[in-house]
Design a protein. Structure first.
Length: 392
């Protein structure tokens, strides 16, 4: 979408500068008098209105560097007065209540088409506040757009220099108590990234919920690096009762980066069976372990052994002729990534993590004693933890 300069709308400024500009020798003006240009003594107790049919109702030009061409102040210390109020009744594309434009192609720092500043020391009074007042429609309260295709260009950008809890460069909040709106949503129309997080030393993306999923992904997830977790499982619709229950299995864990392979072979007329493994098997694995089990009545009284250990991505089993042998082989990864990122079995807690817990609630501690204390993890916050009854 390309933004073109909108036509210069008719402006009706309902404030002190919407008047007839007339030079008179008086030292001041009051209700009913012409406005005295160049004087700060003009005053009125009633609204001053300028009606015009020109394309620009009022234009003020000041070539002085750093000058303010138009300045409006609501000087009362109480009430909800507005310094500037703009309104447009137009319905065509590009209709605007207030329009600001920065024309220089090389502006300095802190330059802007429109700037809002708040000196509030409370949670109220933002620098810029946008409201969509309609009870229907999807128009945003605030929208930002850039036509730039340069790196780091942004339609909306927020910046903050604070390490305080819940401080954020950009913050979205959904005040509804019900499912399923979003506090922050990111969308991409092509093959880019809907939401992206980056932190040099902190967490690029973090989520916390005491009563529901801290993160939910509908689709495949790719992790380039090590995935640390407290437990792991798969969950599917129960094949025997898919509409009413889940079927869950836990992961098989190991202190090593261990891979497991298995199969069934039948020995030949001489009692041998060769198990051929993938051509990448030994490039990926080392330190092999074997298990063999004979199957069927024909194997009664027989034994099975590894006749030849793994070499050239194969191994040989010897037993009684014509019997089935169930085999299992495990190996430890020794690829380049595994060699550079071995899993340490016992890792001391260091720094602020010492005397804290991954799951403090299981040790009778508040969530404020977590190794990582996220916003919302206060002393009184307790997660919804109800162990399910064991079923077999």
């Amino acid at each position: 979408m390309v933004v073109s300069r909108p036509p210069r709308p008719r402006l009706a400024l309902l404030c002190a500068f919407g008047v007839a500009l007339v030079l008179i020798p008086s030292a001041a003006t009051a209700n009913g008098d012409p406005l005295l240009v160049g004087s700060s003594a003009n005053s009125a107790t009633a609204i001053t209105t300028l009606s015009t049919t020109g394309t620009t109702g009022l234009e003020i030009v000041d070539p002085t560097p750093g000058a303010i061409a138009v300045k409006a102040i609501a000087s009362s210390g109480t009430g909800n007065g507005w310094g500037v109020y703009g309104e447009s009744d137009a319905s065509d594309t590009g209709a605007l209540g207030v329009y600001g434009r920065l024309t220089t192609p090389a502006p300095g720092g802190a330059s802007a088409g429109v700037l809002g500043i708040s000196e509030s020391t409370t949670p109220y009074g933002p620098g810029v506040f946008g409201v969509h007042g309609g009870e229907s429609g999807s128009a945003p309260g605030v929208e930002g757009l850039t036509n730039s295709t340069s790196a780091d260009a942004a339609g909306v950008r927020g910046r903050i220099f604070s390490a305080a809890a819940n401080a954020a460069g950009v913050r979205g909040e959904n005040a509804s108590l019900y499912c399923c709106g979003m506090g922050v949503a990111g969308f991409h129309s092509g093959s880019g990234i809907g939401v992206y997080g980056e932190a040099l030393n902190g967490f690029a993306v973090s989520g916390f919920s005491p009563n529901n999923w801290s993160g939910y992904f509908q689709g495949s997830v790719n992790v380039v690096g090590t995935l640390y977790k407290s437990s792991g499982a798969f969950r599917i619709d129960n094949p025997l009762d898919p509409a009413h229950s889940y079927l869950q299995h836990s992961f098989v864990e190991s202190p090593d980066m261990k891979n497991v392979y298995d199969g069934v072979v039948t020995t030949n007329s001489k009692g041998f069976a060769t198990v051929k493994l993938p051509n990448w098997f030994q490039a990926l694995n080392k330190d092999f372990r074997y298990q063999l089990t004979l199957l069927g009545k024909d194997a009664w009284g027989a034994q099975a052994i590894i006749w030849e250990k793994i070499h050239d991505n194969r191994f040989v089993i010897r037993s009684k002729k014509g019997v089935q042998v169930s085999w299992q082989v495990t190996g430890l990864r020794h690829d380049a990534f595994a060699n550079a990122h071995r899993i340490e079995t016992i890792v001391p807690k260091q720094g602020k993590a010492d005397e804290r817990y991954v799951h403090p609630e299981l040790y009778g501690k508040p969530l404020s004693k977590s190794v990582v204390v996220l916003p919302g993890m206060t002393r009184g916050t307790k997660p919804k933890f109800t162990p399910a009854p064991a079923k077999r």
